[in-house]
Design a protein around this ligand. Structure first.
Ligand SMILES: *Cc1c(COP(=O)(O)O)cnc(C)c1O
Length: 432
């Protein structure tokens, strides 16, 4: 029940995650608190890893896009599951390095990596740097030369496939800050330059078409464009590109009304397409990377809050105010993200009340959801927002000098802290 097989209701009518009573977690760790189900994260990792094995016997690797939720324990879990990481900053790379993550299983992304970050990537020996632009390519060649190393790179290409939730459109002119454009000849030029470098070793290409995508056509279309370009580079310049990173963006269900996500069905369809199309083009099937972020952790997590005041404005709406808000989940104020809300104390009851859930920050827009169904709630109740595993903790801020909530992991019926909550002293730690 409730969107994900992580969430259920126990005999006491309380909401559970991974079989653990959420009220007990709220009691022990306080609210707000992020809670994650370790088994669910591992199941998500394994589903992708096994589909890569099944579809690309020639080779492939799942990279968890750690921007969805990056902390040491998530890195350890990925390491334990044998999957790699996609990192987008020196901070994410440092986190992975701090737990002894195998650096060769890391792809380093970003449209404007700093010199410091590039130097760090070369020093640590990350598996692949995903090069976004020409200045970066030149910097890498220089930095790797200085360190007497070679660095393996993929080039980020804009495939000209724009993904929306349900359709795709091919754009003539691509408006994106990420990567090299195909139609302007920019990508072609970058491939030639990279292939001619001494300390940069070009192994392949990368593309990422968007996020929260339910439809598999844009993914397959992007793969087609990329394979065409790889074949073209081979025949025109005898440059063989042996790796293709197809990015992430696989949707999860946030609302009961959302369609079923793609997951393995897509992986099999894309796999069959890629193998067939590579053969048709007469090129070897490339080594495939995929980079799921949201769909590894999103539906494995929820956030618990305590209801403070309930304000009914007759004829307007009812505000349910709680002890978190945009500082722990900025996704509604950023882009009206959708969520389901449940009263954890009476989770099995019908959700007959329609309310607006508001946070405690000094912004009228500090809402988590408007006009959403929930069980009738009172001050003191525990409120759960479901499927907050991705892009909540990682997007949290200290707005209004609120501390970031702790992150709790459940496994085998037990809860443990994996990131402690910030204290008041943490909030003034950097102040001089
Ligand atoms: C954000 C991002 C991902 C992950 O996207 P999800 O929607 O979380 O799966 C993967 N690759 C790149 C390059 C990204 O920017």
């Amino acid at each position: 029940m409730f969107l994900s097989d992580s969430f259920s209701v126990n005999a006491e009518n309380h909401l559970t995650i991974g079989g653990v009573d959420t009220l007990k977690i709220a009691q022990e760790y306080g609210t707000p608190v992020y809670v994650l189900d370790e088994d669910k994260i591992r199941r998500n990792c394994r589903a992708y890893a096994s589909s890569i094995c099944r579809n690309y016997p020639e080779g492939g690797l799942v990279l968890y896009a750690s921007k969805a939720l990056c902390c040491k324990e998530l890195c350890r879990i990925c390491m334990d599951e044998g999957i790699g990481l996609d990192v987008v900053s020196g901070g994410e790379l440092y986190t992975a390095h701090s737990v002894g993550f195998p650096m060769d299983k890391i792809c380093f992304h970003g449209n404007n990596k700093t010199l410091r970050e590039l130097t760090m990537a070369v020093e640590y020996g990350v598996g692949r740097v995903i090069v976004d632009n020409l200045p970066e390519l030149e910097h890498l060649e220089y930095i790797a030369g200085q360190q007497n190393k070679t660095v393996d790179v993929l080039l980020r290409i804009k495939p000209g496939v724009e993904a929306h939730t349900h359709e795709f459109i091919r754009t003539g002119q691509i408006d994106s800050k990420f990567g090299f454009a195909l139609e302007t000849g920019e990508a072609q030029d970058a491939v030639q330059r990279a292939a001619a470098m001494r300390n940069v070793h070009l192994t392949g290409l990368h593309c990422h078409i968007g996020s929260q995508i339910f439809d598999d056509e844009p993914f397959i279309e992007a793969a087609r464009v990329m394979l065409d370009f790889m074949a073209q580079m081979r025949t025109q310049y005898s440059i063989s590109l042996s790796e293709l990173n197809l990015g992430g963006g696989f949707a999860i269900r946030y609302r009961e009304t959302d369609p079923t996500p793609l997951s393995e069905k897509y992986m099999d369809r894309a796999g069959a397409f890629i193998r067939g199309y590579a053969e048709k083009l007469g090129i070897p099937v490339p080594f495939i990377y995929i980079e799921p972020g949201r769909s590894i952790v999103g539906d494995a997590g929820l956030t618990l809050y305590t209801v403070g005041s309930v304000k009914t404005i007759p004829g307007v709406r009812t505000y349910v105010c709680m002890d978190g808000g945009m500082f722990d989940n900025p996704r509604y104020i950023l882009y009206q993200a959708e969520y389901e809300a449940v009263c954890a104390d009476r989770a099995g009851d019908a959700r007959t009340s329609v309310v607006t859930i508001a946070g405690k920050c000094c912004e009228s827009g500090d809402l988590i959801q408007e006009h959403t169904a929930i069980q009738p709630v009172q001050p003191g109740d525990t409120l759960a927002i479901l499927c907050t595993g991705a892009y909540n903790y990682s997007m949290a801020s200290n707005y209004n000098r609120n501390g970031k909530p702790p992150v709790v992991m459940v496994r085998d019926g037990k809860a443990r802290l994996i990131v402690r909550g910030e204290t008041l002293d943490d909030l003034i730690r950097c102040d001089l």
